[in-house]
Design a protein around this ligand. Structure first.
Ligand SMILES: Nc1ncnc2c1ncn2[C@@H]1O[C@H](COP(=O)(O)OP(=O)(O)OP(=O)(O)O)[C@@H](O)[C@H]1O
Ligand SMILES: [Mg+2]
Length: 244
């Protein structure tokens, strides 16, 4: 029996043998069965809007509000599918030598305007750790972005979010510190569960994705928080040579 289960034949490839393979199979199904019709809906809605504009002269007409609402809902669904696929089928990291400071500074520059709009100060603090790491720069940035967005979303106007580097020659620690609402132990114990969210409009995939990315690099993501005081999210990566 064991030999049959272990046999590396076509049947084994078709029947998922563990949870990861099952999630992968579901993701492939969603990619095909949901994303394709979704794209078709978006394209057709665009055509409908154009043709409506030819027969309905008033751009303020109610029908355009309806079309805009449908487009908005389709966009939300598309974002959800994209995030889900990123969670379920994380691409293997493409390792390269990544200068840490420019990567984080560009991230801060990218998200800065959104923080300013909300009245939250965002800053970068180089406080130790290696100058470069071997990592997938795009994935690393995505993971830190998820932590920064969480900090921003939890922080009211007048508060701050700081992205700080630390660690030593063998370990890079990127801390995202916010002065936001924080969390109690009940929320904290679930934040890495897929689809767990305590935020209106949240998907609950930001932290699971950040953790998967960190783990694919041999690293970790952890959170410390005090309700009413703020949160520190830490992404830690080992400094390692390029692997084959
Ligand atoms: N810095 C933070 N301060 C307070 N609560 C936080 C913080 N970071 C995470 N959380 C809590 O953890 C939950 C899960 O976070 P996660 O990033 O996984 O999902 P989300 O932010 O709800 O949705 P999204 O998929 O858009 O990121 C959040 O809903 C929030 O309740
Ligand atoms: Mg989030």
């Amino acid at each position: 029996m064991a030999r049959e289960a272990d046999a590396d034949d076509g049947a084994a490839a078709e029947s998922p043998r563990d949870e990861a393979a099952l999630v992968e199979a579901i993701a492939a199904g969603i990619a095909h069965e949901v994303r394709n019709p979704l794209n078709a809906l978006q394209i057709n809605l665009g055509i409908l809007r154009q043709e409506l504009a030819e027969i309905v002269p008033d751009p303020g007409s109610h029908v355009f509000e309806v079309v805009a609402k449908i487009a908005g809902e389709l966009r939300s669904l598309d974002n959800f599918v994209t995030e889900f696929l990123r969670f379920a089928r994380p691409p293997r990291p493409r390792f390269e030598t990544v200068p840490v400071r420019p990567l984080l500074e560009s991230l801060v520059a990218f998200i800065g305007p959104e923080c300013a709009r909300k009245g939250v100060s965002l800053s970068f603090l180089a406080d130790g750790g290696p100058d470069v790491v071997v990592a997938d720069g795009f994935q690393l940035k995505h993971a830190v972005l998820n932590l920064v967005l969480n900090g921003l979303q939890a922080t009211p106007a007048g508060g701050s979010v700081v992205v700080a580097t630390g660690g030593d020659a063998s370990r890079l620690a990127i801390e995202v510190r916010d002065t936001g609402e924080g969390m109690g132990p009940a929320v904290l114990s679930h934040v890495f569960d897929a689809f767990f969210t305590a935020r209106e409009g949240g998907t609950g995939l930001g932290l699971p994705i950040a953790r998967r990315i960190a783990e694919a690099h041999g690293g970790t993501v952890s959170l410390r928080s005090r309700e009413g005081e703020g949160t520190v999210a830490t992404l830690a990566l080992p400094v390692r040579p390029v692997s084959a």
